[in-house]
Design a protein around this ligand. Structure first.
Ligand SMILES: *[C@@H]1O[C@H](CO)[C@@H](O)[C@H](O)[C@H]1NC(C)=O
Length: 313
């Protein structure tokens, strides 16, 4: 604890994304379009699942939860990045930086467990259809969602407690457009080798392990589907390919950001943008555009809106 008084850093310097006015404008438009898209798309899914009874099944309840978390994940970085682009500011206060890291990992952890829960839901529906209703009861659903949030908080806290006590005494250039553990730890004035390992293990190896287990599970489900009738096959394949796309889009950046041993600024920035800006839009897009139930729900909701407008004077 003797280091605490050395903590003189009260602000960190973030990486400015834009090097020219044109770039600034382009990135601002790109980020805001995707953020508004994520906002509308995900809120629509949550709304549809809440008000439309046919969507009250575990698959869609988990999907709505995933939408909320996607929104949360995008909101940890994108609004801040937007305001930084607008003001060309690159400073972030110590506390905002810490808060940002914390919430990124809470949301990331929740999202990871929700993706596992969704795979488990599909596994039960396709491989053990007779047990589906008993296994995926609403109680299981609540438990899975609670487990996701508990895991997210534990995952974030278990890294955060190490970092909050680190002495920061001089270098304060984070080198990316948001704060995250791997970059911020490197700025501490102490030997952080072991801590870097904790973060790599806690964020990197866990995402790698989860990713490969999910891929194996989906392969297993696909093999099972092949043995069934062809109409079941095509419907399941659409759902499964949506799940697999989301899993790949979410975990590839995670693995690069936390495990790849030779980080470069441009690659890091690219993958961070994929995870925080692109993936949150992708989820509602592929679920609403490719999913028959969702399309039917949109039509039903549309009719209700039109209907209520016609009956009201
Ligand atoms: C998230 O999951 C919980 C537990 O199953 C459920 O009660 C809740 O309605 C879900 N949230 C949304 C937005 O659907």
């Amino acid at each position: 604890m003797e280091h605490v008084n050395d903590s003189v850093v009260s602000e960190f310097v973030l990486l400015g994304l834009a090097r020219s006015l044109g770039m600034q404008l382009f990135l601002f438009l790109f980020f805001s379009l995707f953020y508004v898209g994520a906002l509308l798309g995900n809120l629509f899914i949550v709304f549809a699942v809440i008000v439309d009874p046919p969507l009250h099944s575990p698959m869609y309840i988990l999907l709505a939860n995933l939408s909320l978390v996607d929104l949360g994940l995008a909101s940890t970085t994108v609004p801040r990045a937007l305001s930084d682009l607008l003001t060309a500011r690159t400073l972030i206060s110590f506390h905002s930086c810490m808060a940002q890291m914390f919430f990124i990992h809470v949301m990331g952890g929740v999202e990871m467990v929700l993706l596992i829960a969704m795979a488990y839901d599909r596994y039960t529906a396709i491989c053990r259809p007779l047990h589906y209703l008993t296994v995926m009861s609403s109680r299981t659903c609540v438990l899975l969602v609670a487990a996701a949030w508990a895991t997210g908080v534990i995952h974030a806290v278990s890294q955060f407690i190490f970092v909050i006590n680190l002495p920061f005494c001089g270098p304060n250039n984070v080198g990316s457009f948001y704060c995250d553990f791997p970059r911020v730890i490197k700025l501490a004035c102490t030997d952080t080798y072991r801590l870097e390992f904790v973060v790599t293990a806690n964020s990197g190896f866990i995402s790698m392990g989860t990713f490969f287990s999910l891929m194996v599970s989906y392969a297993f489900i696909l093999v099972t589907v092949r043995q069934h009738s062809s109409s079941a096959l095509s419907k399941a394949c659409v759902t499964l390919s949506a799940h697999i796309t989301v899993v790949v889009m979410f975990f590839t950046p995670c693995m690069f950001l936390y495990v790849w041993p030779f980080p470069t600024q441009s690659l890091d920035t690219f993958f961070a943008i994929v995870d925080f800006v692109v993936t949150p839009v992708l989820n509602p897009t592929i679920y609403t555009l490719r999913n028959k139930d969702m399309k039917l729900a949109i039509r039903r909701l549309g009719r209700q809106v039109v209907g209520s407008r016609e009956t009201s004077p």
